[in-house]
Design a protein around this ligand. Structure first.
Ligand SMILES: [Zn+2]
Ligand SMILES: [Zn+2]
Length: 410
């Protein structure tokens, strides 16, 4: 089996893995990094079939291009298809606005819908004598790992979380010969989730009690729902603005992919949804907490809310996830300033950071890898792979840290 990472090997972004086995050419994910300008993986060769692990753009961003160019099918779960298509349509719109047009258009995204082959966890696909089985990756609803079974077996994890979150149960290890695994949190451990939640809820309460507004920037897919469920039943008046509402509706229609559909329904029933700019005005008057996009403050309604409160020391911006280098969110964390268009402004609100990551951390990755018991471990999707690689080597694993484009044979 030949494995080549075309993108996202040495960085967290634009992941794509090309696999050749018995004359068949398979591609796992084809993402792009939504930076300015965006970063793309290497151009994949012609492939027979593609697999999409989940809806996030760093895994799906180039799938419409792939389909329009080669016309093959793409296997994915229903949430990845439905939510992924929504994110791709939005990304075409955003890229035009930002002046970095995507290498495909809305028509290509529409075409992609006809090329999606829906499958679910446990399904085994026969690809010319090679079996491919899907397993839950625990990262967001519908996120899949792919197990390729031929003479040898290979597991491609996409993004994984091994712990249960409010939204989904954690990933379970799969025995394999070769493990292609993400390493976003190599060298870093999360504080216990219950502690993070307690600090976050306490801070929110403190802000509300002093008469401020708690602004919670969150990605629409996954993080928004986690934050809604973390804040539910706490007595706060929470409003939700941005694409998260549409994602809620999609997830509510796919209860099989949720840990507890009832709890999501409950959380949704406790929030008020901003549906238009008029709502934004009236609902935000009485709101105590606002969950909104974008998660890294690079656009979206969040900037409007922060701009209105930027001189209010009683209010707070409570960041809920890692802020990538070069984003507006990172600028805020490093300098206390935020860009509104071309203008930078000092933010007087209190700033808080809470690690609500949906990725396995260093120790969880090691535990997962040990349980998969592979001969070869290929680390990808990480900008600091060496720390994890060293720990794994100490444990006797054969570890690979390929560069983008480097072919490996197993
Ligand atoms: Zn992801
Ligand atoms: Zn990712």
């Amino acid at each position: 089996m030949k494995v080549t990472l075309l993108g996202g090997a040495s960085e967290v972004g634009s992941l794509s893995a090309y696999v050749e086995e018995k004359g068949f050419r398979l591609l796992f994910d084809c993402g792009l990094t939504p930076s300015k300008p965006p970063k793309y993986p290497m151009k994949p060769p012609v492939v027979d079939l593609a697999f999409l692990s989940h809806a996030h753009i760093d895994h799906s961003g180039m799938i419409p291009w792939l389909c329009a160019t080669y016309g093959m099918d793409v296997v994915a779960t229903k949430p990845s298809i439905v939510v992924g298509t929504m994110l791709l349509e939005d990304s075409v719109k955003v890229s035009q606005l930002e002046g970095f047009p995507a290498p495909y258009d809305k028509g290509d995204v529409r075409l992609l819908k006809r090329h999606f082959q829906e499958a679910t966890f446990g399904d085994v696909l026969d690809v010319g004598g090679i079996d491919v089985q899907m397993h839950s990756a625990g990262h967001i609803p519908g996120a899949a790992m792919f197990e390729v079974r031929s003479e040898k077996t290979m597991l491609f994890t996409g993004d994984i979380n091994t712990l249960d979150s409010h939204l989904v149960n954690g990933a379970k290890p799969v025995k394999c010969d070769t493990l292609v695994i993400e390493s976003t949190y190599s060298g870093r451990d999360h504080p216990p989730r219950s502690e993070t939640e307690r600090h976050f809820v306490n801070k929110t309460r403190e802000v509300v009690e002093r008469g401020g507004l708690a602004i919670v920037p969150a990605f629409a897919v996954g993080r928004t729902q986690e934050m809604m469920m973390t804040l539910m039943n706490k007595g706060f008046r929470v409003i939700l603005d941005g694409m998260g509402g549409a994602v809620n509706r999609h997830y509510q229609n796919m209860p099989n992919y949720l840990r507890s559909p009832e709890r999501l329904d409950d959380a949704v029933s406790q929030i008020r949804m901003v549906r238009n700019p008029g709502d934004r005005q009236s609902l935000s008057q009485s709101a105590q907490v606002i969950i909104t996009t974008s998660g890294m403050l690079d656009g979206g309604p969040v900037l409007e809310y922060i701009s209105a409160k930027k001189n209010d020391k009683n209010s707070a911006v409570l960041i809920t996830g890692f802020q990538v280098e070069g984003t507006n969110g990172r600028l805020l964390m490093d300098t206390g300033e935020l860009k509104f268009g071309d203008q930078k402004a000092k933010i007087q609100c209190e700033l808080g950071f809470y690690d609500f990551s949906a990725h396995a951390d260093h120790n969880e990755l090691i535990k997962f890898i040990k349980a998969c018991d592979p001969q070869d471990v290929i680390l990808c999707h990480g900008d600091n792979r060496i720390v994890l690689a060293n720990d794994l080597k100490d444990d006797g694993f054969k570890v690979h840290m390929p560069k983008e484009g480097q072919q490996m044979e197993f």
